[in-house]
Design a binder for this molecule. Structure first.
Ligand code: PFF
Length: 452
């Protein structure tokens, strides 16, 4: 990102594609389906969609406006308006710092599946015990983690992420076509209909606080909110681009990819495991267990599977690159060290922080901070604690320090603001109140004071 000059996107479409390209990653393809499976299918989907058009829209618009108006990345952005609030920028930059290492662990798993499928071994990956025995080993997941992290580091160190981004802009439409094709294949299998109903039909009696917490955390994660990323993208946005329209398009794209991924993976649980409750609740492993079974049952599945994992790999790579690029540009700006040095430092830090996440599913499985496996612990701290705090502070900052008028002026300087009324109500009242409620709940839940 930092390689682009300020205002670097030449067109509105360029901005929308690049922002959507960075937002689409493992969050959409790996994380969304397992949360949807775990938290009641249609119930989760409906909650997510409602949050996306209210919170998601409001926060994305706010962050992009703050970025475009201040013309700087997250540290400078809050300081630009009011020095006292630069700590929000600091807190926001902690989020990528926590996410990046465990993102690389999952990136390593994807790289392993890419290698397996390209070698034509999808059949062995379709075996029930394949994933479990892979992640519980010591060396193999660490080696794949190191390979993935090294690729990300080299790309960022050489400053060639622009080239990778161009490749992924080209691959993104292919991903959409494949997702549509594979989900159509899945939903027309025997036994899939129960899965489709489970995924699409909300059961309002099943909505629990945890459904909201999981959906909100997922929204932040998937849209790269509350971590300074959208602020940085906003600072590159052309001054004359229509903000409301751009935000809507980025959100539609991101949510569309997540929806299709769920439509591919959730019914697969019903096809291959009869909707087994344990499988639905299995969490981080779901995509890796289910998709090889789908590909194994398809004609030409080994080729489709290989192409699919290439695309997931690129989606993971571009997202990991924007995470590392954010961290690297922050330390370059702050400590005036070279790009290569910053990359080496983050390679070492990320590997050190990722090791517990990787071993937490194997030999360190008995060590459970707050009762979570390490990877889930980092995921919980960033998504359920830190991001809601940053999101709350951002809302308060925009609504009561900056005032909505400043945001509205920025939007109206380059287009119409149709949902102005909704925006004001959400940013001033609904978002801060709901985020605090959710945050209190998640702290109590994390501390096991309440359980759901
Ligand atoms: N939004 C990405 C995803 O859904 O996978 C995660 C992410 C990417 C977060 C890039 C932060 C970022 F800078």
């Amino acid at each position: 990102m930092s390689s682009k000059k300020r205002g670097g996107f030449s067109s509105r479409l360029g901005f929308v594609l690049a922002t959507a390209g960075s937002a689409v990653g493992l969050g959409n393809i790996w994380r969304f389906p397992y949360l949807a499976a775990k938290y009641g299918g249609g119930t989760f989907l409906l909650t997510y969609l409602i949050l996306a058009v209210t919170f998601g829209f409001t926060l994305t618009l706010t962050e992009i406006c703050i970025g475009r108006r201040s013309g700087t990345s997250v540290f400078g952005a809050f300081r630009h308006f009011n020095k006292k609030y630069s700590f929000i920028g600091f807190l926001a930059s902690l989020v990528p710092f926590i996410i990046y290492p465990y993102y690389c662990v999952i990136g390593g798993w994807v790289t392993k599946y890419l290698a397996v499928s390209v070698q034509g071994n999808i059949k062995s990956a379709a075996n029930d015990s394949f994933f479990g025995s892979f992640i519980s080993q010591v060396n193999e997941p660490l080696i794949w983690l190191a390979i993935f992290t090294l690729i990300v580091t080299v790309v960022v160190a050489c400053g060639v992420e622009g080239g990778i981004e161009r490749v992924s802009t080209f691959l993104m439409p292919v991903l959409v076509v494949l997702l549509v094709g594979i989900s159509l294949y899945c939903i027309t299998r025997k036994g899939a209909i129960d899965g489709v109903i489970y995924y699409l039909k909300p059961d309002l009696s099943q909505i629990k606080p945890m459904t909201f917490l999981a959906a909100l955390g997922q929204l932040f994660y998937s849209m790269s909110l509350a971590m300074g990323i959208m602020i940085t993208f906003g600072s590159y946005m052309p001054k004359d681009a229509d903000l409301e329209q751009s935000v809507t398009q980025v959100e539609l794209f991101d949510t569309g990819i997540a929806f299709l991924s769920g439509l591919m993976i959730v019914p697969a649980v019903f096809i291959y495991s009869g909707g087994d409750k344990n499988m639905l609740a299995s969490g981080a492993s779901l995509m890796f267990v289910m998709l090889p079974k789908v590909f194994n049952s398809m004609a030409m599945g080994h080729i489709i599977g290989a192409v699919f994992f290439v695309l997931v790999f690129f989606a993971a790579l571009t997202s990991a690159i924007s995470l590392l690029e954010t961290l690297v540009s922050l330390v370059i700006d702050k400590f005036h060290i070279s790009r290569i040095k910053a990359c080496i430092i983050f390679f070492v830090i990320a590997m050190a922080m990722a090791v517990p996440s990787s071993l937490g599913y194997g030999i360190w499985a008995s060590i459970k901070p707050l009762g979570f496996a390490f990877l889930d612990f980092f995921d919980f701290v960033s998504n359920s604690i830190l991001m809601p705090i940053v999101a709350f502070l951002t809302c308060i900052f925009a609504a009561y320090i900056l005032k909505p008028k400043e945001i509205i002026d920025e939007v109206e300087s380059s287009g119409k603001f149709r949902r102005k009324g909704l925006y004001i109500i959400v940013i001033k009242y609904i978002a801060p109140i709901c985020i605090v409620a959710i945050l209190v709940f998640s702290v109590l839940q994390g501390l096991k004071i309440i359980t759901v």
